[in-house]
Unconditional design. Structure first.
Length: 128
């Protein structure tokens, strides 16, 4: 067995709003989606070589019953590594809920954290 791609799938309450947030605030590109009654229940987005997918909460809980009592957001933290942390911070700072501001970590990286529109923690990081 070999793995050709890793895609993190997040449970969300509204796929449309999540697409808008990741496209408009973070700069992701929508590459695929599936809809029912004109409302998407799943979407896959990409930035460079990083892929994320989003699935509507009730649909994911039907498909994976184990997730029945798992809440949206807060259950995952995703670290995105960027080349220009200052420019990315300027791009998102006024458009999202920042948890902290750029700071140097004990391991020498510079990072800040924010919440997306579903409550997931995104840490934006630059290693020197």
């Amino acid at each position: 067995m070999s793995i050709n791609e890793v895609v993190i799938e997040l449970m969300v309450s509204d796929v449309d709003k999540t697409i808008d947030f990741y496209r408009e605030v973070l700069g992701f590109t929508l590459i695929a989606s599936e809809s029912e009654n004109e409302s998407p229940y799943w979407a896959k987005m990409k930035m460079n070589n990083f892929n994320l997918s989003f699935k509507e909460e009730s649909r994911l809980k039907r498909e994976v019953p184990y997730m029945q009592n798992i809440p949206i957001g807060g259950s995952a933290a995703i670290c995105l590594q960027v080349d220009d942390l200052e420019a990315y911070h300027a791009q998102v700072a006024s458009r999202c809920d920042l948890i902290n501001h750029p700071h140097i970590t004990p391991c020498g990286s510079t990072q800040f954290s924010m919440k997306d529109n579903n409550g997931y923690v995104l840490t934006i990081e630059r290693f020197k």
